[in-house]
Design a protein around this ligand. Sequence first.
Ligand code: PMT
Length: 217
Amino acid sequence: GTEKSFTGKKILITAGPTYENIDPVRFIGNHSSGKMGFDLAKEAAKRGAEVILVSGPSSQQINIENVSVYRVTSAQEMYDEVFKHYDNADIAIMSAAVADYTPKVKAAEKIKKNENELIIELVKNKDILRTMGEKKTHQFLVGFALETQNEEENAKQKLQKKNLDMIILNSLRDEGAGFANATNKIKIFTPTEEQSFSLKSKEEVAKDILDFVTRKL
Ligand code: PMT
């Protein structure tokens, strides 16, 4: 059955948000809790995988043999950590909510309030997943798409543009889906297939995702 279907496989998983520092006190972040990625890591380990979990700031905990956790803060740090492990991975599942932009200047001291408006200039971060797609050799590469509009179109575009084998769409239009919930509602796309799932706990969603991956390997 599926119980030990990942024995001998190395799975790289990302989880959580990234924090992009503005100054020593403030950052730009997002609402990802890390739960989706941690639940994927737990389920993959249960199925016999060796798991590398790279997580942004999250209160989620994991203490399982076969799961190595690397905690990072910014998108650049996540990028650097991911590419230490990518070459050796058989499967990569990127559930982190990575910031697309970061402040051009990180102020060394706390920014003081004055009478004026404050404008923070943002520069683009590297796209970790897209770079993985470009460097892909043998890996089965899975991305997430978090959308609020034109969901399916955007997800399919990301599948193609980022050279993925599979993408998991979750939409903030669906109640109980996305972040800040213990539940999620997903639709999976591969270049040739699509499958919708009902609203479930993130533990169950992790099982559905790994069942699907197993079938595609
Ligand atoms: O953590 P939880 O609270 O449990 O919530 C889970 C989740 C909603 C965060 C998760 O299910 C999810 O959707 N993660 C992806 C969020 C996201 O940033 O989606 P996106 O559509 O902006 O990005 C598409 C893909 O590119 C993602 O796999 C993302 O990891 C990746 N990406 C994006 C930008 C960037 N600079 N580098 C990337 O690798």
